[in-house]
Design a protein around this ligand. Structure first.
Ligand code: ATP
Ligand code: MG
Length: 276
């Protein structure tokens, strides 16, 4: 934008104010219809809601891949639409839902987070993202080429490279979109611990499907019908038995239980077959 100003950051308090938004080729369908919430400086806010409720769209608007139709997003009181895109994007580290890697080496893919970082810092970021050991086991180690869009890596490996990249970028705002969705349970817990320590002194937005992964958030925002349906501390939301969060939480607990019992039945059936 002509006359765009630099962003001056002071803790990074983020304010979504009455956002209305529809995608350009689907203007008849509003994704947001007056979305308002605040992410206090240095706090972690989790955004939850059904598939298609607009969680990733929040990230796209904050990063200015798209502009809001009306309403403003402010960082430390400054409208991001009037700030330079360079400053804005420098201030945000993103761990996307679907991470696209460059057809280059693992080293360069992580280094992309911050080209000023030293070789040692790249390795440290990989260690923090729990991917260093796995990389060391590849024949070409950090020189391994990842293929088109990273197709030669597993979903979980790609995700951890995205996390390493964001750790290396070391931006004051962090957004994680389903950051641990492709990981197994044990790795997921390790990464959640890592992300918690990375987000400690940062303003963080975590987008999550699995509510159990965001119990540490300071605040949870529940999206529904293009608006905030409910907002509060995780423990407070669980007290409200008429609320959407309470319902989602119970449904997921039930699903987890069912998945567990199906797993046990299958395992027993498998053992029977082997013995038979
Ligand atoms: P999920 O949990 O499945 O990731 P989400 O809450 O992140 O879902 P979004 O990706 O924000 O959902 O999408 C919100 C809605 O906007 C969806 O119904 C989607 O079909 C629509 N949408 C997303 N991107 C575009 C686009 N580029 N053009 C048009 N519609 C889009
Ligand atoms: Mg999404």
């Amino acid at each position: 934008r002509q006359g765009a100003k630099p962003l001056s950051l002071n803790g990074c308090d983020i304010n979504f104010k009455n956002i209305k938004f529809a995608y350009y080729d689907a203007k008849e369908r509003n994704i947001f219809n007056g979305l308002t919430f605040n992410v206090p400086a240095g706090k972690t806010v989790a955004v939850v809601g059904g598939s298609g409720s607009g969680k990733s769209t929040i990230l796209r608007l904050l990063y200015r891949f798209f502009e809001c139709d009306s309403g403003t997003i402010e960082i430390d009181g400054q409208d991001i639409a009037k700030a330079t895109v360079k400053d804005l994007r420098n201030s945000i580290g993103v761990i996307p839902q679907d991470c696209v890697l460059f057809n280059d080496t693992i080293f360069n893919n992580i280094h992309y987070g911050n080209f000023d970082a030293t070789e040692e810092e790249v390795y440290q970021a990989a260690k923090d993202a729990r991917i260093h050991e796995a990389i060391e086991k590849f024949p070409d180690k950090y020189e391994t080429r990842v293929g088109e869009r990273g197709l030669k890596l597993s979903g979980g490996e790609k995700q951890r490279i995205a996390i390493a990249r964001a750790i290396l970028k070391d931006a004051p705002i962090l957004i994680c979109d389903e950051a641990t969705s492709a990981l197994d349970g044990a790795t997921e817990r390790q990464i959640i611990d890592t992300l918690r320590s990375v987000s400690l002194d940062r303003t963080t937005i975590v987008i999550a499907h699995r509510l159990s992964t965001v119990q540490h958030a300071d605040l949870i925002v529940v999206l529904n019908d293009g608006k905030v349906a409910e907002m509060g501390a995780p423990s407070d939301l669980l007290q409200n038995s008429d609320g959407l969060y309470f319902e989602m939480w119970n449904r997921q607990q039930q699903q987890d239980k069912e998945a567990l019992s199906i797993g046990v039945v299958e395992e027993e059936a498998g053992r029977g077959e082997l013995e038979g």
